[in-house]
Structures are given as structure tokens and as C-alpha cells.
Ligand binder design. Sequence first.
Ligand SMILES: [Zn+2]
Length: 168
Amino acid sequence: MFKYCPKCGTEKIEFINNRYFKCSNCEFIYFHNVATATAAIIVHNNEILMTVRAKNPKKGKLDLPGGFVNPNESLEQSLSREINEELGLKLTNWLYFCGLPNTYTFKNITYYTQDCVFINRLATKPAITIEQSEITDYLWLDMDLLDPSRMAFNSLRTAVEHFIQQSK
Ligand SMILES: [Zn+2]
């Protein structure tokens, strides 16, 4: 990620244990911390709401709605904001389900993430307006017919598999 130390400009910078950059010339340290992300399993009866990714990584694959947590946001605030941006839904009653590690490569930089998955059960199917820069479509998929291999990320695939298993 860094070839030269951003502080002293030498090439004495090393990436250690996938965790931090350290310059042996000037002692500069930068932690490449795990990025926090949230995802929603939105359920109506026996169906889960999935989105189709508009962008790389994993363009065209199925995904759960959600995204990266901004500074100063709680997990729940972040997820409510993402769901409103991506789907035009105002949801707040999140039930925590699980956290799973993942990697996300964007423009040649790999981020380690912690994907925090929440459940929201809806009594009625809402009207949805998708954010077309992020999503090309949305699908309500029957849990009994859903093929998790169509999903973009291992972490969220595992979460959905566990959720379906527990719902049986
Ligand atoms: Zn340096």
C-alpha cells in the first residue's frame, strides 16, 4: 500500500502482520485497522431481501444491503443510514445476529473488515427505491430456494446460511 514512508520519504517502510506500517528510519507508524461494516437480513414471511451489486468488487453478485460504518456512528445508526440510502427504507429496530471477518479489495487495496449482521423482520412488504449507483436490482428470495453460492462475500453467505438453518 505504501512504498515510501509518508513522513520521511525513504523506502524503509514495512507492512507488519497485516496490521500496521512501520518506518525503521523515522519511527512513523500507521495502523491499517479492521474496517467495521454492517449488513441487514431483512425478512418478510419466508423471504429475504437481497440486492444485486452494481459495482466491483463482485459486480452482479447477490448481496445483503449495508456498508461501512462512518466515524462517530453506532452500528445501528450506520445500518439505518445505509438502508435508507440504498433502498429508501426507514428501519430502526435492529436485532443483532452475528459478526464475521471478511476482506474487501477496492482499487488494489485489501481491507480486512468485520461484518456485523442484524435482522429486521417486516410485517408488510415495503415500497423500495434503489440507489442505482450501488445496486442494479433487489430480490425477495424464498429461504428454501435461495442459493447462497450466488452471494458476493463469504462472510455474508455464512450469515445467511446460519440464519436459514436457524429458521427451519
Ligand atoms: Zn519514515
